[in-house]
Design a protein around this ligand. Structure first.
Ligand code: PMP
Length: 360
């Protein structure tokens, strides 16, 4: 018997159990090929089907029409911090950013390293990134506006996306893609490392509106140009085949077992509400994000002292509730409630939190 824990890791994170079971069952002999997906040619018919199906499912789930193309890259979301400005910045037009924490700041930093004209039009740094800024205006001369849709470390999330009046929106959706429904039409590009809501580490999903490809400067190195991936359907070189296969299975689980993103969002909302009400109700816990900006994916909270936080994380782990330590840069506690974290895990966590508060 294998023992599975209640996994609240921030990423890499929990994967749906039925997906892991499929991977196990298909590991030695994928659909009668006599080999694993790890062992087959990326140019084989089988892999081509895996790739096409993963793309089709992503497009259906996110309701992407033919204006958009789905690409699979490597280098993590972090490579996108520089690839996006390299490819999409327009000469003489600054790039607007909204700084909502570590990952936005890193994206800004990379654009600056490239010598791009960067404008930070809003930031929540003044209050330790505990909220999503509301008062800002996007200039008509911007190349695009970059935001981080969910701030994995600070536990904040955009509830609705800013109105950019036609300026393309670019979003790092690494920690909340596929967790909720949204309208893709204002987006010029969306990127996400797969390792939270979409699959294993090693593949980055990039969704690009095709007209943005016209911006790609021809002099960029081949592997750093979106056009390379777009023209060759992510098969210019060997893609991360196995990771793409697992992403496809996660998408299948979302479509066929969960029933789409409306349903997934409702489940995610109820998980987050359960945990936030426990935090609000019990004196010992204090949520760190402003209530209007609270993330459904990463719930960040503090206990009265770092010693108690350490004890909390340790005792939780003894009960099979793992991954509750806050990011090393901010301390505290964090429960990541990605799609694959079942309602039952949150129920067990809340039960433990009540008990811990009574006993300490
Ligand atoms: N953006 C966000 C919002 C993240 O949460 C992370 C990883 N935690 C990253 C970017 C960096 O991703 P990667 O490790 O894939 O480069």
């Amino acid at each position: 018997m294998t023992t599975r824990v209640y996994n609240f890791n921030p990423g890499p994170a929990a994967l749906p159990l039925p997906v892991l079971e499929r991977v196990r069952d298909e590991l030695l002999d994928y659909k009668g090929t006599g080999m694993s997906v790890m062992e087959m040619s990326h140019r084989s018919q089988e892999f081509s089907r895996i790739l096409e199906e993963a793309i089709a499912r992503i497009k259906r789930l996110l309701k992407l029409d033919d204006r958009f193309q789905v690409l699979f890259l490597q280098g993590g979301a972090s490579l996108q911090f520089c690839m996006v400005p390299m490819n999409l910045a327009l000469t003489g037009k600054p790039i607007d950013y909204i700084d909502t924490g570590t990952w936005s700041s890193k994206a800004i930093q990379e654009a600056k390293i490239l010598g791009k004209d960067v404008r930070v039009i809003a930031s929540s740094e003044d209050k330790e990134y505990s909220y999503i800024p509301g008062n800002f205006s996007v200039d008509e001369d911007a190349s695009y506006l970059h935001i981080t849709s969910n701030n994995t470390i600070r536990g904040t999330q955009w509830k609705s996306f800013p109105n950019t009046g036609g300026i393309p929106l670019v979003a790092d959706m690494s920690s909340d893609i596929f967790s909720r429904v949204f309208d893709p039409s204002p987006f010029g590009l969306i990127y996400a490392g797969a390792q939270k809501n979409a699959g294993p580490a090693g593949v980055t999903i990039v969704i690009i509106r095709k007209d943005m490809l016209e911006r790609v400067p021809p002099e960029l190195p081949t592997m750093l140009k979106y056009t390379t991936y777009a023209e060759k359907n992510s098969l210019y070189n060997t893609p991360p085949c196995f990771a793409i296969y697992v992403v496809g299975l996660v998408m299948e689980w979302l479509e066929e077992e969960i029933g789409g993103l409306e349903k997934m969002e409702a489940i995610n909302r109820s998980k987050a509400e359960m945990l936030y009400s426990c935090i609000d109700e019990i004196e010992m816990y204090r949520g760190t994000a402003h209530p209007d900006s609270r993330s459904m994916m990463n719930v960040t909270f503090r206990l009265p002292t770092p010693e108690l936080e350490k004890k909390f994380v340790e005792e939780a782990a003894q009960r099979g509730l793992v991954g509750l330590k806050g990011h090393r840069s901010v301390g505290g506690c964090r429960a990541s409630l990605y799609n694959a974290v079942p309602v039952e895990a949150v129920e067990k966590l809340v039960e433990f939190m009540r008990e811990f508060a009574r006993n300490n």
